[in-house]
Structures are given as C-alpha cells and as structure tokens.
Design a protein around this ligand. Structure first.
Ligand SMILES: [Zn+2]
Ligand SMILES: [Zn+2]
Length: 360
C-alpha cells in the first residue's frame, strides 16, 4: 500500500500512514508524487510558528507523474499541452471556487472557499492532498500544467510556490527592462527574483542579505550588486548605484519590519515598492504620508499568485532562466520514510531547499 506522512501538530512525531489508492472520479487526476521540496511555510507549520488544521499532509511544492485520469478529466493541461499516464505535472497550490466575489474579480488566490494543497485537514483513511505522500489526488478546477522535459524535478518542484510567487511580484512591479531593482532578502524567493529581473533586462539587480553565503549565491543568479542587510553600507551602496536617487523597484522579501522601512527609504521618487515577505505578524512601521505623496511612491502588497504566474514560472525555468544554477538550491534529498530528517535538515539550510522523494 502507498503511504503518506501525516502531521498531527507541532512537537508530535510524523506518522507514516498507509492508504488505499483512490480511483479518480469525474475530473480528478491521480498523481504519483516524485519530488516535494519543503517550503519555509512547511517548516513554520512543522515547528508551530504557524498553525494549520490537523491532521494534515504537508508539502505543496510538488512534481509528480499522472497515474490515472478520472473519466471526465481532460487529457490536456491548462495550456492545451497533451498529456498521458506518466507525464510530469505540477499545479497551482490554491484552487479557487470559481464563483465567489474574489474569483469573479480575477483574484482566485484570495478565493473565499479555496482548496489549498498541503494546507487542509485530511481523513486518516484518505490522507490525500499534500506532497509528502506517494499520491496526490487533484481536485476539479485545479490549474495543472505539464512540466517541460528540460526542467528536472528538483528545479520544477519549487515552481508552484517560490518561482510563481516571484513571477507575480514582478508582474505587479511593472516593466523591468532598463530599471534598477533592489531585492531585500536573498532566500530562495530572493535569488529567484534576481534571476527573473536579470533575464527581464534590469539594468541593475541589487540584493541585500545578512548572510554572506546568500549574497554569493545571489551573484550566481544575476545580482550585479550585493550588500549586507540593514546597514548604512546598504543605503550608501544603493545610492551610489542609482545616481543618488534610489531604486526604481524594491522587493521586500525578508519579512521584517525594519526591512519594510528600508524598502520605503531606498525607493526613488516615482518608484514602486512591492511587499511580499511579511506573511506573519511583524509589528508596525512608521509611515509618513507626506513623504509617500511627495515621493509619489507606489506601494503594492502581493500574496500568493494567480495561475497565470505559474505559466510564466515554468516558461522561465525552461527558457530564459535555464542558465541559472537552480539545481544547486536543492541541497539534500530524502526518501519519504525519512521526512523527519528532511525537516531537521531544512531547518539548518536557510535560503536553500531540501527535497523528499516519495517515489524512491
Ligand atoms: Zn510555499
Ligand atoms: Zn472563489
């Protein structure tokens, strides 16, 4: 029998639970999971920094192979690419209901009744929905895509969280070509942002992070300038690189109040600040309305992504982004029965990914 790793709450051991492989109904798709990378949000749930309904099967950065089609499931992906049993697929983490206010407003990522893979309560005799399992059952309306052959599993797995989120940030940031971009925080999202901004023709890609190893990694992903975080060196460096004006676009990915403040300070007049890192409470920051008006700042919050951003993400990984060392971001791989060890390893690897390979 296949098995899933069930999470019952922070501090409790993960349980390997056997289950009967379900027969996909209607438009459902049964997927055999080949690779699931552990996202920061999985680590936060595992450690108790964030709570999810339990029991649950964690893991949402997933690549798998189609194992069976429901009788009404299309044999093409959301972009019309033909697929068959064995084709590799990935999918948007959130499935909108298609009928609420936000779904009608083209914000399915803010659906009032969303289904989110790796984030919902499961029945112990049917532990389906997260990537830390040998199978996932895709529900109807899931936005799923065939993974291009040239993108290996370990590179494609983070696409439906990190890469698609960065695609959303840059879409909201506006045109990138010829602009200076400052990325605050060089974790997986940060280096992905460096690569996407570089490939989109940014004239300067500046990045700040307190960790020297993260800054060095960012250079391999297209950063042109790196600075240690939260020091006067950062402000001086950004001003030197931008004729004293500040960056055209600033992306806050560090998720700290002080970094949000830095983002406001280092954006040029008429520039755009995109806030995306503060997904947990961080307190408040002083805000000077006169300053924001006189400097004509655009301040945009972005959370999750639209399915179209996943299309952009996969195209980028298969095309313009192919030359960057994505494979190096996944530093360790574990079989399903060693998922505890995988979590422990991931906690010691900020800015990198650890993978669980349920197919091993
Ligand atoms: Zn994630
Ligand atoms: Zn909805």
């Amino acid at each position: 029998m296949p098995r899933a790793v069930v999470f019952k709450g922070a501090g409790q051991p993960l349980e390997l639970v056997p289950f009967v492989v379900p027969e996909p109904q209607g438009k459902e798709l049964l997927v055999r999971v080949t690779c699931c990378t552990l996202c920061r949000s999985d680590l936060y749930t595992y450690s108790g920094r964030r709570t999810e309904p339990t029991p649950t099967v964690l893991g949402h950065e997933i690549v798998g192979q189609i194992a069976a089609f429901g009788p009404d499931a299309p044999h093409v992906d959301a972009e019309g690419n033909a697929v068959e049993v064995g084709s590799r697929v990935t999918w948007a983490v959130a499935v909108g209901c298609g009928s609420c206010f936000f779904c009608h407003d083209d914000l399915p990522q803010k659906c009032e009744r969303p289904h989110k893979y790796g984030h919902h309560r499961v029945a112990l005799d049917r532990p389906l929905g997260g990537g830390l399992s040998e199978f996932v059952l895709l529900v109807p309306n899931t936005f799923w895509l065939r993974v291009p052959d040239e993108v290996p599993d370990a590179v494609a797995a983070p696409a439906n969280c990190a890469t698609a989120t960065v695609a959303a940030l840059l879409r909201h940031a506006g045109p990138i070509a010829g602009r200076s971009v400052l990325v605050l925080g060089a974790g997986v999202l940060g280096v992905t942002a460096c690569a996407m901004a570089h490939a989109a023709g940014a004239k300067a890609v500046m990045v700040s992070d307190p960790a020297a190893a993260s800054r060095e990694r960012a250079v391999k992903f297209g950063a042109t300038h790196t600075f240690p975080a939260e020091t006067s060196d950062l402000a001086t460096g950004v001003r030197d690189a931008t004729h004293g004006r500040g960056a055209d676009i600033v992306l806050e990915l560090a998720g700290a109040a002080a970094t949000v403040q830095t983002a406001f300070t280092l954006t040029r007049t008429g520039g755009t600040v995109v806030l995306a890192g503060t997904v947990a409470p961080v307190g408040t920051v002083p805000f000077d309305p006169e300053n924001a008006v006189r400097r004509m700042l655009t301040i945009r919050g972005v959370h999750n992504y639209h399915p179209r951003d996943l299309v952009t993400a996969l195209k980028f990984l298969a095309g313009a982004g192919r030359g960057f060392p994505w494979r190096g971001l996944v530093v360790e791989e574990y079989p399903l029965e060693q998922t505890e060890q995988a979590f422990t390893a991931a906690q010691g690897q900020p800015g990198l990914r650890v993978a669980v390979l349920p197919g091993e």
